[in-house]
Design a protein around this ligand. Structure first.
Ligand code: GRF
Length: 209
């Protein structure tokens, strides 16, 4: 059984989607822990109710990123994970932290990377007149919202979309995309080629439309 630790900062709906897919599809994996940088993250209650170990490492309690990341790594390593999954985890991680989990650290970002790294992706996509938006699952590297792309989901931007309506459409696609990508990682079905392109072993579509 592969061991998965999921990091969240708030609602945790992507974490829920992964927990449910893991159980429903009988992955050879278990969610060993859900850890948040905020003790009041709503997702912690969901995880605890499912019998999953939860903990909070409050970033505000640490004087700098290095010491926060060290405490976070200590909390994670107690569960000896094969995979660390960032699911709405809203902290920038140090290069040292990223290096520690290189090749087993995944993130989901609510844009079609490499467009719109950073925050306010939906507003920026609407303002740019994009007709297509979406989400990207990628391996985490030291550069924010970069790193080898595992899979993407694309959704339309409709003429009367607001930031909220577009965010909701993208989020629904995230809930399909992220479990699919994490499952591939659990199954060892992903390979990062020398040029940084990620291939799925069985040639499965790394795109949801
Ligand atoms: C998602 O849109 C994710 O892509 C972004 O923050 C949101 C988190 O939502 N980074 P949730 O906590 O998974 O519900």
């Amino acid at each position: 059984m592969k061991r998965i630790v999921i990091l969240i900062s708030g609602r945790g709906s992507n974490m829920e989607a992964i927990v449910e897919a893991c159980a429903a599809q009988a992955w050879q994996a278990r969610i060993s822990a859900v850890i948040s940088n905020r003790a009041d993250a709503a997702g912690l209650d969901y995880a605890a109710a499912r019998g999953i170990a939860t903990s909070a490492v409050e970033h505000r309690a640490y004087p700098d990123r290095e010491r926060f990341d060290a405490a976070l790594a200590e909390a994670i390593d107690q569960h000896a994970p094969d995979l660390v999954v960032l699911a709405g985890f809203m902290r920038i991680l140090t290069a040292g932290f990223v290096q520690r989990y290189a090749g087993r650290l995944l993130n989901i970002h609510p844009s079609l990377l490499p467009a719109f790294t950073g925050l306010h992706t939906h507003r920026r996509a609407i303002e740019a007149g994009c007709k297509l938006a979406g989400a990207t699952v990628h391996y985490v590297t030291a550069e924010l919202d970069h790193g080898p792309i595992v899979a993407q989901a694309a959704v339309p931007v409709l003429p009367d979309d607001t930031e909220q309506t577009l965010a909701a459409r993208v989020l629904a696609s995230e809930h399909r995309l992220y479990p699919m990508a994490v499952r591939w990682a659990v199954e060892g079905a992903l390979r990062i080629e020398a040029n940084g392109v990620v291939r799925q072993r069985d040639g499965a579509a790394q795109l949801l439309l």
